[in-house]
Design a protein around this ligand. Structure first.
Ligand code: NOJ
Length: 521
């Protein structure tokens, strides 16, 4: 099996998965202890968000050493043990790789700051102030404010696309490229199965750092066309060389965070099968609640994935509100899981690699984080709505104190819902979201039409989305009722055997509100 195409990948935010040493922060040994949970879920592997040495200004996306584990997460030995035990369960391990920027605590940057002629100076992007004393160009940081930070001791600005503590590396310097490729080899040599690549669409900028066109003076970063600070064509050359490193090893894969709004441009990052293996498609993160809205996104993904490529789908991640919260509105009861199950059925049965985010397998909602417990700096720079803590609250494993996540004080509060919404409780309930995810993934594994088959949309309207998957003479149809009223099941599907339904007692002729039904034929 081609694990990164046929299988399901599970994202772990390590700070929030399981704390094995009582310091309130999840760690590698915590992940190792929960490998059976992943094996039972049936996923092919995991992607672990950063656990490298870091001052944690952006919770690990500010890397101070690409080749070491931060002590709060454990040691390299812990990583090797986790990897070995994952492999023993036939689980692949992908790790995060953050090539666009390092931490300001990385020794390259520390050296670069010492003087303009330091050998590491050109690992980063430095510029003089303008003759009028202003910043070198009009670029903004994604996290707010100018993308330039003044460095008083050496009298130049450096570029940072994110926090000022995350200086951008200069990939145009071949020494940087080689050093970064070697960090990949470091993890590949240990047996790591692949990488999730952070903001790959940003690693090359226009060489002359030209101003971006301004569309709306008042909207800062969002008011610019990002013509020159991202998506530079040179990135494709870097990616081909990154891919060549992975191809030095057997059966490895990488998925890139290509945060571009044009799906065709994101598709281009797959190259001719010689760049990324997979590119994230974030379109579901903003889709409205309707059959048509999701069907349109699927049509777009099908159209913009090159013939040599393969689509991906994701409903939640560590940067966006959890989908069970996004789509819980109006009169929805907080424990109504019908929408979560409907979306799960769609995610796992589409043609493409599904990425699931820890907690979504129990229908986890955003956690409540009071202002005095806020951790994410983006809450303060871009405003409370942009803060990412609610989707990062700890995994509730059981009903006990702190949901069984830690014996100490959790770094983010465990939501009060953990008393009833937790892994243990759902394990005991055959109608839980957890059991439904397990059944869906088992079905995807058992049916080639679901894991590898073609996709054809059969019917779409505001409430219905019906599609058919086919492979090797096997056909599977998926019928999704986004509506809050029952609806007629199309005649040709009425006689087909029900393989799985989100409803405990599916009616042969009609779909219940929010029902997802998967039928053979
Ligand atoms: C994208 C990551 O997903 C996000 O969490 C991080 O803050 C930025 N890249 C910067 O690395």
């Amino acid at each position: 099996m081609v694990w990164w195409k046929e299988g399901v990948i599970y994202q772990i935010y390590p700070r929030s998965f399981l704390d094995s040493n009582g310091d309130g922060i999840g760690d590698l040994d915590g992940i190792r202890r929960k490998l059976d949970h992943l094996a039972e879920l049936g996923v092919a592997g995991m992607w672990i968000s950063p656990f490298f040495k870091s001052p944690m200004k952006d919770f690990g996306y500010d890397v101070a050493d690409y080749c070491d584990v931060d002590p709060m997460f454990g040691t390299l030995d812990d990583y090797d043990r986790l990897l070995a035990e994952a492999h023993a369960r036939d689980l692949k391990v992908m790790i995060d790789w953050v090539p666009n920027h390092s931490s300001d605590q990385h020794h390259w940057f520390q050296e670069a700051c010492k003087s303009r002629d330091n050998p590491y100076r050109d690992h980063y992007i430095w510029r003089d102030k303008k003759p009028d004393g202003g910043v070198p160009n009009n670029w903004y940081s994604v996290f707010g404010g100018s993308a330039w930070e003044w460095h008083e001791p050496t009298q130049q600005y450096y570029l940072h696309s994110y926090l000022k503590e995350q200086p951008d590396l200069d990939w145009r310097n071949p020494v940087v490229e080689q050093a970064m490729l070697n960090t990949l080899r470091f993890w590949l040599d240990r047996g790591t199965d692949g990488f999730r690549i952070d903001v790959i669409h940003r690693i090359a900028k226009h060489p002359d750092l030209l101003d971006n066109p301004v569309l709306d003076e008042d909207s800062a970063y969002f008011g610019q066309e990002h013509r020159h600070d991202e998506n530079h064509p040179d990135i494709h050359g870097y990616l081909k060389r990154i891919r060549a490193v992975l191809d030095e090893y057997d059966d490895r894969a990488m998925v890139g965070e290509v945060y571009l709004f044009d799906p065709a441009e994101a598709g281009a990052y797959l190259g001719d099968g010689d760049e990324l293996h997979l590119a994230f498609n974030f379109s579901f993160l903003c889709a409205a609640w309707s059959g048509k809205a999701f069907a349109d996104e699927v049509a777009q993904a099908e159209k913009s994935t090159p013939a040599t490529g393969w689509p991906t789908y994701v409903l939640s991640n560590h940067d966006q509100p959890r989908h069970a919260s996004r789509y819980t509105f109006g009169d929805d009861a907080p424990d109504d899981d019908r929408k979560a199950k409907l979306l799960a059925a769609m995610l796992i049965t589409l043609r493409g690699t599904p990425f699931i985010y820890y907690g979504e397998e129990i229908g986890l909602r955003n956690g409540h984080v009071p202002e005095d417990r806020v951790q994410d700096p983006v809450y303060w720079s871009l405003g409370p709505m942009a803060g990412r803590d609610p989707e990062r609250t700890p995994m509730p494993w059981g009903p006990g104190p702190h949901g069984g996540f830690t014996t100490g004080t959790p770094w983010l509060p465990v939501d009060a819902s953990a008393a009833t919404r937790n892994v243990d409780a759902q394990d005991k309930d055959p109608h839980s979201v957890l059991h439904f995810y397990r059944a869906l993934i088992a079905l995807r594994r058992a049916r080639p039409s679901l894991s590898m088959g073609t996709h054809r949309t059969q019917a779409v309207n505001e409430s219905l989305f019906i599609y058919r998957r086919e492979a090797d003479g096997e056909t599977t149809s998926v019928v999704l009722n986004f509506g809050d009223t029952p609806t007629h099941l199309p005649d040709p599907l009425q006689g087909a055997p029900v393989l799985l339904s989100s409803h405990p007692d599916p009616d042969p002729t009609r779909l219940a509100p929010y029902e997802a039904r998967i039928v053979g034929g």
